[in-house]
Design a protein around this ligand. Structure first.
Ligand code: NZQ
Ligand code: ZN
Length: 386
């Protein structure tokens, strides 16, 4: 097992009707900016619950943060934060609203002229304006981690940021919120969380028995509840298992002491930046090609995954590993998620070269768990995904 340190300071408040507990978590004298997305919270009653919990607080609002949170829109929110002397941020939404809020919490204390530098120059966020979240969409794990991904439409870029200052102080997880989520987003959430586990598991064996079993149990739970969640989002038991699995998939725990990959996400983010494809779907496009291309390096873990997750007991390590990739593709298809780039755009020729060039320009020349995935290999993987 590799050496590690682990600290996750986010308080989780989980369960039915927990949004009312908001009032216990935010300082009474705070000047709050409530941030939300395109308005789903006004239709499903979550906005009313939040306002009800905060009747005795000083609250301003900023709505309209789009899926794949957009830098130019966030800069408008930053102006409000500064001109209104906001002291506390509250994200009410999915990964996009939470990530947008994380960017703002960092940008509010940033001393340079151009907050985009936080992303383009990879400036770690050590300190930020305090913030909490009310999660409305299980998927990203952003509610309990210290990362965020921000889109800049002007430059067609989607870049990540991180640092210990980006953990939410608290996150409220009421599984009942999934009742209003469209099928497409439920499938996205399941796929994103499943791929988060794969990124931290599908590397090479290091004898980390517990981490492997943590990862496997999250994947097994997601596979078990996926059809239930899709068939009936009012099934509270399925919803709660889905929600907690998504959080556990990316709150830092399962990656401690083990190598991690994250190349699928790096390539996937480019497909969102270039074509606007939903984040989770880009992962389903890239992951199968990535595992086929890196088959030799990953086959032991692929075979272990085949045995423990898909109950494949027959054949050689190679046979099991190949079947595991096929099973993964079939799982995405069962969720209604297409796994080829050409399923999403007719304009895909040249994409692989473009992504490879971008990685070269940014100096991203050594991705993957062995830091040996160079831009020319990225180009081949993306081509395989056409
Ligand atoms: O904008 P609103 O009206 O809220 O509607 C949203 C949006 O259209 C809707 N929605 C959310 N909760 C709902 C709901 N509709 C009905 N009922 C509800 N309860 O769902 C749509 C998608 O929301 P979004 O927040 O974009 O989805 P998701 O949570 O999948 O977040 C995706 C973003 O997170 C980033 C992705 O790159 C992408 O930008 N990620 C963040 C990560 C992190 N911070 O750790 C890791 C991930 O790998 C990912 O990269
Ligand atoms: Zn993801």
């Amino acid at each position: 097992m590799n050496t590690f340190e682990f600290k996750n300071p986010t308080k989780i408040i989980f369960g039915k009707n927990t949004i009312e507990k908001l009032k216990n978590e935010i300082p009474k004298d705070a000047k709050i900016l409530l941030l939300y997305g395109g308005g789903s919270i006004k239709k499903n009653g979550i906005y009313d619950q939040v306002k009800q919990a905060l009747t005795e607080f000083n609250v301003l609002e900023f709505g309209g943060i789009p899926a794949n949170p957009e830098y130019a829109i966030l800069m408008k929110a930053l102006k409000v934060i500064k001109s209104e002397n906001i002291t506390y941020l509250l994200a009410v939404g999915g990964g996009s609203v939470i990530d947008g809020t994380k960017f703002l919490s960092s940008a509010a204390l940033f001393e340079g002229d151009t907050p985009w530098d936080i992303l383009s120059k990879k400036i770690r966020t050590e300190k930020s304006m305090p913030f909490g979240t009310v999660l409305t969409l299980p998927a990203t794990g952003s509610e309990m981690n210290s990362g965020a991904v921000i889109t800049n439409t002007a430059t067609k870029e989607k870049l990540g940021m991180g640092g210990p200052g980006l953990f939410p102080e608290f996150s409220i997880l009421d599984p009942q919120v999934i009742q209003s989520i469209p099928q497409r987003q439920l499938a996205n959430g399941l796929t994103d969380a499943f791929t988060h586990v794969l990124e931290q598991y599908m590397t090479y064996p290091t004898g980390a028995l517990l981490q492997d079993r943590f990862a496997e149990s999250i994947m097994q739970t997601l596979i078990e509840v996926a059809p239930q969640v899709i068939a009936d989002p009012t099934n509270y038991e399925a919803a709660s298992n889905f929600m907690w699995s998504c959080t556990m998939a990316l709150n830092g725990l399962i990656q401690k002491g083990v190598p991690t990959d994250w190349a699928v996400h790096a390539m996937g983010h480019e497909l969102t930046a270039l074509f606007g494809i939903d984040h989770a779907r880009t992962l389903a496009v890239i992951a199968p090609s990535h595992y086929k291309f890196n088959f030799e390096a990953k086959k032991e873990k692929l075979a272990q995954y085949a045995e423990r997750i898909w109950n494949i007991t027959e054949g050689s390590i190679e046979d099991k590993a190949h079947t595991a990739i096929e099973k993964t593709v079939a799982f995405f298809h069962e969720l209604g998620i297409d796994t080829k780039l050409s399923d999403y755009t007719e304009d895909y020729i040249g994409t692989a070269e473009e992504i490879s060039k971008r990685f070269n320009d940014r100096g991203w020349v050594a991705l993957g768990e062995r830091q040996n995935l160079s831009p020319d290999k990225v180009e081949e993987i993306v081509k395989m995904a056409y």
